[in-house]
Each structure stands twice: as C-alpha cells, then as structure tokens.
Design a protein around this ligand. Structure first.
Ligand SMILES: Nc1ccn([C@@H]2O[C@H](COP(=O)(O)OP(=O)(O)OP(=O)(O)O)[C@@H](O)[C@H]2O)c(=O)n1
Ligand SMILES: C[C@](O)(CO)[C@H](O)COP(=O)(O)O
Length: 233
C-alpha cells in the first residue's frame, strides 16, 4: 500500500503581551542582538527543509510586524492576524485560519515566538523521532533540581519526587485535525500536549536541552543573548 506523505507546517504564536517582562514592547519585538527576538525564532523554522510554511499568529491589531522587512527569511513566512486572549486561543485561531492550506493528517509544529534559541538540531530531533508516531509529541527536558511544594507562607511542606517529571518546551508536533479537535475540547491549557493528554492520548517526550529557553523575565533576554553568541553552529 502506498504511504501518504504528510507535510509539515510551523505555527508560531506571537500575540502575547509579555507582561512578565515588564516592558512596553511585547517581547517578540524586543531587540535581541540587533534584531527583533521573533526574527531569531523564525529564521530557524524557515530554514528547516521539511517545513513548507511558517505561519506567525499576530494580535489582531498588531502594527509592528509591517515595520520590519522580513523578506530575507523567504517566502515560507505568512503572518496571520488572529491572536486571541490566551496562548491556546491564539493557537486554535491560527489552526482554523490555516485550514484551507492544510490537510487533516499534516503535521503542525507549534513553537513559541518567545523561544529564540531554538536550534536546527532541536527541530531535527523532533521530526526524526515523531514522523512515524501515531500521536506526536514535544521537546522537553527532564527536571534536574529537587522539587519542593510550598505552603502559602513560602515554607516547604514536601519534596516532590522528580523521577518522571519533565519540563515542556516547544516545538510541539501534532497532526492538524487531532490537535484542533483536542484544543476545541480543552481550551484552558498552557500547551498543546495538555490538550492531547486531555483527549486520552500520550504525547512522546523528545529530549531537548535547556538552551531552548523561553524568554519570560528580563534575565532571560540576557541568557538568550549569551546562548546565541556562544553557540557553535
Ligand atoms: N494571547 C497570547 C498569549 C501568548 N501568546 C504567545 O505564546 C508564547 C508563550 O507565551 P508567554 O511566554 O506566556 O508570552 P506572553 O503571554 O507574551 O507573556 P506573559 O504571560 O508574561 O504576558 C509567546 O510567544 C506569546 O507571544 C500568544 O500568541 N497569544
Ligand atoms: C508552551 C510552553 O512553552 C511550554 O513550556 C509554555 O507553557 C508557554 O508559556 P506559558 O507561560 O505557559 O503561557
């Protein structure tokens, strides 16, 4: 029997307000080594040969995107102005918007705009591991520290076993329709894998590394710069 080739698409939620950064400019547009943080993220995704198109989910009223020239990233890049109030809303709105281009079984790699240190080898590991997987999965890193549960006074009440705990990263790679249905049923989630889990499936954890950090707080921007400057390509 002939195997159906499933294509790969990237969907990049970039419609957040960046409140924890405490800056007026949303973090996707903050300066990182002379260019908007988002450009680092998109450059890597656009250069992955298997990825056919990179959709960037922007806020409905985004007026910043058009102020930059993105043409050097090639014609895979497509902004869509459908961001929602939460990350999950932005992703789901994005999935709905790209429907005309994408088939049910195609892979969608959802990647935070705010993870600018994504490296080509992270994406390769994810795609290579998951391409024949029934469910899909995500990059993640095993928890390295001892974990404490706190009481409201900030005192440790218990040590939580960390043996099987992982920190979720992105990209998270799932088939288009499976992901869309899962998000439509479980809207209050912080990542795609949670929605898939809520649907009773078990996403594969693909080991990444901590350099694929999410820029959340001001210090993270400095860490991201250090990582990019010191990375051997
Ligand atoms: N309504 C939202 C919220 C978040 N995101 C995106 O989801 C990613 C991860 O979210 P997070 O780090 O929480 O970003 P912000 O929501 O911007 O930050 P904060 O929670 O501090 O406001 C980011 O690329 C962000 O732009 C989005 O597209 N739409
Ligand atoms: C999806 C995510 O990057 C996994 O770590 C993360 O959950 C998104 O950030 P948020 O702060 O939870 O919105």
């Amino acid at each position: 029997m002939q195997k159906i080739a499933h294509r790969h698409f990237a969907l990049v939620p970039a419609a957040g307000g960046g409140t924890r950064m405490g800056r007026e400019t949303p973090k996707q547009y903050l300066n990182l080594m002379g260019e908007p943080l988002l450009r680092h993220t998109l450059r890597v995704l656009c250069a992955v040969p298997q990825i056919e198109r990179v959709y960037v989910v922007l806020s409905v009223g985004d007026q910043t995107w058009n102020g930059f020239d993105w043409s050097d990233l090639g014609d895979k890049l497509k902004p869509i102005y459908v961001g929602g109030p939460s990350r999950a809303d932005s992703v789901l709105n994005g999935l709905r918007a790209i429907r005309p281009d994408v088939r049910d079984g195609d892979w969608v790699l959802v990647h935070d705009a705010a993870r600018p240190c994504l490296a080509p080898w992270h994406v390769d590991a994810l795609i290579d591991t998951l391409d024949d997987d029934e469910v899909g999965g995500l990059l993640a890193v095993p928890v390295a520290d001892t974990l404490k549960r706190a009481d409201p006074q900030g005192r440790a009440v218990a040590t939580v076993p960390r043996d099987s705990l992982w920190q979720a990263q992105t990209p998270q790679m799932f088939r288009y329709m499976m992901l869309r249905r899962a998000l439509e049923s479980a809207r209050d989630v912080t990542d795609e894998a949670s929605a898939i889990e809520a649907a009773g499936l078990r996403p594969r954890l693909v080991r990444g590394d901590p350099t694929n950090l999410k820029v959340t707080y001001p210090l993270d921007l400095h860490l991201a710069e250090w990582i990019l400057k010191n990375r051997e390509s």
